[in-house]
Write a protein that binds this ligand. Structure first.
Ligand code: PLP
Length: 397
């Protein structure tokens, strides 16, 4: 009987609406791309809010590889990996991921959310401790909730606080420091050099979540650890196939052999969830082959990111400094952020305003995400639209 429950569910829905936290989903009428159609608006808009950093979500070579994999390997396995769900394609992809990431091994998951969900509980027991950045992704927080290790949280990117947590856990058997490589609301880069130094000093392992870095960040797109020159000092990387690497879905953990071996034996989202579909496996292999050949796309994205960052700064906007294609345009007021985003859509620029509780109160912003698929003309059109709308809202004089 739903009758008695209905009132409670409805009350929660009403609360969400009243708090201004209701999320509506804008419906896209085309493929994911730099320029897309959206329901309720004629013509195309320039898309500056996808995680399609390399523009590969709709790449012809990847789509063809997915079709080839469908033909060769079928639609799916109807099985988890360890029963009858492992094809040679899955093993090939895992080997390619390990090679690309420079780790000994890797293991596939249905999503990066699951890779994080199945990491901590498998690796750590009650004799151990996990020390996690306060602003880590929800999937890390949930993964840690499931594990029996002692849990510590350090202030966001605060190395003194991390050190104090390492000092407080010296009696533990194993310790794992966990951090996002890139923070998605700010484009902030985690201080991995300092984190690895502390990990060495206090004999702790380091885990990074590279969803907003894998494939495009760092000189050859290997990620935040490559960007900071600590690639060989990271013990565990979790990341996604659903952002830069073709935009479909799926995730992985790339790590030392023993850790991957243990995950394959014990990690619950791996053991009890269906194997990644062959089409995605095929396109992901094609994607990694493409990115292993050269770093042209990575460099293109870096150039366009700097073009946007420099243009917005010259126009007078307050953007968070940095080098990542996530570019937060800081506005402060929540209504200003959503109002400007609405007006930008009228101008043909699709961006989203973020406000509390997604970001701290008083730090509302529009988050722009640059893609290698944007032309220089697209970037300039975005800056021009921001300038026009910014003037109309009194953000620029
Ligand atoms: C997107 C994201 C995830 C989830 O990735 P999925 O593969 O979509 O589950 C996990 N962690 C971070 C930091 C992310 O940005």
């Amino acid at each position: 009987m739903f009758e008695s429950a209905k009132g409670h569910v409805q009350a929660t829905l009403d609360e969400i609406r009243e708090a201004g936290l209701w999320k509506t989903e804008r419906v896209i009428t085309t493929k994911q791309a730099a320029s897309i159609g959206v329901e309720g608006r004629d013509g195309r808009v320039l898309n500056f809010c996808a995680n399609n950093y390399l523009g590969l979500a709709n790449d012809g070579r990847l789509v063809q590889a997915a079709k080839d994999a469908l033909d060769r390997w079928g639609n799916g396995l109807s099985s988890v990996r360890f029963i009858c769900g492992t094809q040679s394609a899955h093993k090939a992809l895992e080997a390619k991921i390990a090679q690309f990431m420079g780790t000994e091994a890797s293991i596939l998951y249905a999503a990066a959310f699951d890779a994080n969900g199945g990491l901590f509980e498998t690796l750590l027991g009650k004799e151990d401790a996990v020390i996690s950045d306060a602003l880590n992704h929800a999937s890390i927080i949930d993964g840690i909730r499931l594990c029996k290790a002692e849990r510590h949280r350090f202030l966001h990117m605060d190395m003194a606080d991390l050190e104090s947590k390492l000092q407080a856990t010296q009696d533990k058997r194993m310790r794992l420091i966990s951090t996002d490589g890139i923070y998605s609301m700010d484009g902030d880069v985690a201080p991995l050099r300092e984190i690895c130094d502390l990990a060495d000093q206090y004999d702790a392992m380091v885990h990074i979540d590279e969803c907003h870095a894998t494939g495009f960040f760092g000189p050859t797109g290997r990620g935040t650890h490559e960007h900071l020159g600590v690639q060989d000092r990271i013990d565990i990387v979790t990341s996604t196939l659903g952002k830069a690497l073709g935009g479909a879905s799926g995730g992985f953990t790339a790590a030392r052999q023993e850790i991957v071996d243990l995950l394959r034996q014990r990690s619950r989202p791996y053991l009890f969830s269906n194997t990644v579909a062959p089409a995605i496996v095929g396109s992901s292999i094609a994607c990694l082959d493409l990115l292993s050949e050269n770093s042209d796309l990575v460099k293109e994205l870096q150039g366009k990111t700097m073009r946007f960052r420099e243009g917005m700064t010259a126009a007078g906007f307050d953007i968070r400094p940095g080098v990542h294609p996530i570019v937060p345009v800081m506005l402060g007021d929540a209504r200003l952020a959503t109002g400007m985003a609405d007006d930008l859509l009228v101008e043909g620029i699709y961006v989203i305003g973020f406000s509390f509780p997604v970001v701290p109160r008083g730090q509302a912003r529009i988050r722009v995400q640059v893609s290698a698929a944007h032309s220089e003309g697209d970037i300039d059109a975005c800056i021009a639209a921001f300038t026009k709308v910014g003037r109309a809202h009194g953000v620029l004089s």
